[in-house]
Write a protein that binds this ligand. Structure first.
Ligand code: BGC
Length: 367
């Protein structure tokens, strides 16, 4: 059955590819940045597979992608996979068998999409990894994301500067909470932050009281707030219940920061620590305003969506695809040509400018 669908697809995909390949001559003039669907690309259907509706950012990513693709003249098949790998595999397979010319995937688990990727490869359908790299498969054509290592260095540098680690006597107590081991980004975030702080940990100016400082020890499967909260509660009751001061909890993103903030509210009465995050989710931005989270890293999902829509247009119009990194993202089989957008530091002092003035949120959403 699958074979027959594939055979049918292969012929139609080959037509698309051939047309796209000679788009320069046959297609009407494409827009200068390739974002618009022109020539053979006009009306092409693009599959967008998002991991879950549970976290705010993926809803925004999906909505932005859908709106921008439609505005560029593409048809869109947008699916959310409820954080279930098998659901995501089936959804991507359906996208391919129902005629999508390109699929854009934000993977739940970077290494578990094998069957769907085999199908994309056989049908000659380009795959764009969205935000999270898809691992161990050569069917991944391009990757668009934010500079993930830089997200971590922004967090680590904030801690270093706020505690004035080069001059202050210290020592300061710190704990770490990282992301999902199944998400290739999580290691980049953690390493970016840890690399900034490592000299101070080694010199004893920063003291990891729980002793948990490897990525494996501090990771948060599924990025769940509840998972992060449970681990934070365990650490607080084991190491801080005697009144030990906690100076920093470095969290890789906002969903984990939220779990840590909930744990602190019920289990810690000392001086409130520095807490880092990423995404500027609404709840976390409210917490920044209320002094319960120190900073976040803003990754404007509108920028990422525009970049990916541009990539889709360039692929389907047979143009050169814009990338700005061809060395960093090795998925185990190939180095995937990538476009890295720039993450931006956010805190209670600049949130109005970057989140409200830019139209990302309304003032009311943050009340
Ligand atoms: C994204 C982060 C997000 C996390 C949890 C990561 O892959 O890059 O922005 O906070 O997943 O959804």
């Amino acid at each position: 059955m699958k074979k027959r669908i594939l055979a049918a697809l292969l012929s139609s995909a080959m037509v698309v590819t051939l047309l796209a390949g000679c788009g320069g001559a046959a297609a009407p003039a494409a827009s200068s940045d390739g974002a618009a669907a022109t020539g053979s690309a006009a009306g092409a259907k693009v599959g967008v597979s998002m991991p879950t509706k549970d976290l705010q950012r993926w809803n925004q990513d999906g909505a932005n992608m859908e709106a921008e693709l439609k505005a560029a003249g593409f048809d869109v098949d947008l699916q959310y996979a409820s954080n279930d790998v098998q659901t995501q595999v089936s959804q991507v397979e359906n996208m391919i068998s129902s005629g999508c010319s390109v699929v854009v995937i934000a993977a739940i688990e970077g290494s578990s999409l094998g069957e769907a990727l085999d199908m994309a490869k056989e049908a000659n359908i380009p795959v764009i990894a969205y935000d999270r790299l898809i691992m161990n498969h050569d069917a991944v054509s391009y990757y668009a994301t934010f500079d993930n290592y830089k997200v971590g260095t922004v967090q680590g540098t904030y801690v270093k500067d706020t505690l004035d680690l080069d001059n202050a006597a210290g020592p300061f107590n710190i704990e770490f909470t990282a992301g999902d081991p199944g998400d290739n980004n999580a290691g980049f975030f953690f390493n970016g932050a840890y690399d900034v702080l490592k000299p101070y940990i080694e010199s004893g100016k920063l003291n990891v009281v729980s002793g948990q400082k490897t990525f494996e020890e501090v990771a948060t499967p599924t990025w769940g707030s509840d998972v992060a909260q449970k681990r934070a509660e365990d650490i607080l009751s084991s190491y801080y219940a005697d009144g030990t001061q906690l100076d920093v909890w470095l969290c890789s993103n906002d969903s984990t920061a939220l779990g840590v903030e909930t744990a602190l509210a019920a289990n810690y009465t000392g001086k409130y620590p520095i807490i880092t995050g990423q995404d500027c989710d609404i709840e976390n931005t409210k917490n920044m305003i209320a002094g319960k989270q120190s900073m976040s890293v803003f990754k404007d999902t509108r920028t990422l969506a525009s970049q990916v829509v541009k990539m889709v247009g360039q692929i389907l119009n047979g143009q050169t695809v814009d990338v700005n990194d061809t060395t960093t993202y090795d998925n185990g089989v190939k180095v995937v040509p990538s476009f890295l957008c720039d993450p931006v530091f956010a805190d209670a002092n600049n949130y109005k400018e970057i989140l409200i003035d830019s139209g990302y949120y309304t003032e009311d959403q943050l009340k």
